[in-house]
Write a protein that binds this ligand. Structure first.
Ligand code: MEV
Length: 314
């Protein structure tokens, strides 16, 4: 799935999965670990021969969004030696809802461009090029989004801080790790939420650093819980993580309502995922999410199920 495929003699296709953060968003920006995994939804990039290196963006994408995608693509094109391909994109991932749509786009483009230039398209090489694109979209991302997409595995991620290199460890699950992803309301851009939190952290560094360190510990415990098949503990950790996100003023009434609704529907744990704010994606960990997806869907709630890890995952 994740490696580029030569679709015909001279065309390439690659998939960048979206992502969910199970534990540790925001704290990961401060060097703490996070636990994140790939969705089966994402962005597909197709590259066909062309006289120059170009991206064809649907006319429905306009304004600043279009400018950002164009400038991110130019960066990746320069980094890969401007291979002569025209890249087009298809996505089934909701945009700006905390599901890593820019990272998925970056990974899919990076993979096609690397492959078209005849260079290595290993997950590490793809991640390097995708990071350059992500910096255009988000300024200084922690790297968890595009790393999860590039590796297409459940990972325990810790970003580079000072002289400490980034660490990415794949976490295998003996049990199917299944989520329901529900979409509520609308939210502002990630960088705005990250900057607002940064301002609070600068004002009250000791208290905020203490909370971030605890969030990092939850991610460590979550990785151990997944590896031992203890999904009940993972669910509890997600619930506790949601409490911290709320304490950090990253949650909102529509998000909280959905969290409680998923818990009432039998979720082992439920929380927002990604940057949070006034809306976005809310995830629930279920042993069997399918009936709940069907029920919420009938009630008009946009949602889908995805298996992140374990037997028969992505
Ligand atoms: C966004 O998906 C996750 C955040 O932690 C930002 C980042 O890691 O760069 C909020």
């Amino acid at each position: 799935m994740s490696m580029p495929r030569r679709a015909s003699a001279a065309s390439f296709t690659a998939f960048g999965p979206g992502k969910v953060i199970l534990l540790g968003e925001h704290a990961v920006v401060y060097g703490e670990p996070a636990l994140a995994g790939p969705l089966h939804r994402g962005v597909r990039a197709v590259g066909v021969p062309s006289r120059r290196c170009e991206l064809s963006i649907p006319s429905s994408v306009t304004g600043s969004h279009r400018r950002l995608i164009t400038s991110a693509f130019r960066r990746a094109a320069r980094a890969t030696g401007q291979p002569r391909v025209r890249v087009s994109l298809q996505s089934d991932l909701p945009i700006a809802m905390g599901l890593g749509s820019s990272a998925a786009l970056s990974v899919a483009c990076a993979r096609v461009l690397l492959e078209a230039s005849g260079r290595s398209s290993s997950a590490d090489e793809v991640a390097k090029v995708a990071l350059q694109m992500e910096r255009v979209f988000h300024g200084t991302p922690s790297g968890v989004d595009h790393s999860t997409s590039a590796h297409a595995r459940l990972i325990h991620f810790r970003g580079a801080v000072g002289k400490r290199a980034a660490s990415i460890r794949s976490v295998a699950s003996p049990r199917p790790l299944k989520l329901l992803v529900a979409l509520v309301g609308e939210r502002g851009p990630t960088h705005r939420l990250v900057s607002a939190l940064r301002a609070r952290e600068r004002r009250w560094p000791r208290r905020y650093r203490r909370l971030f360190a605890e969030l990092g510990r939850l991610a460590d415990e979550g990785a151990r819980a997944v590896a031992t098949g203890d999904l009940e503990t993972l669910g509890d950790l997600m619930n506790v993580n949601q409490g911290f996100l709320s304490a950090l003023q990253l949650s909102s009434p529509p998000v909280e309502q959905m969290v409680h609704r998923l818990r009432r529907a039998g979720a082992l744990g439920a929380k927002l995922t990604g940057a949070g704010g006034s809306g976005g994606a809310v995830i629930g960990l279920f042993l069997e999410p399918e009936p709940v997806v069907a029920r919420l869907g009938r009630e008009g709630i946009p949602c889908f199920g995805s298996q992140l890890a374990g037997p028969q995952a992505l």
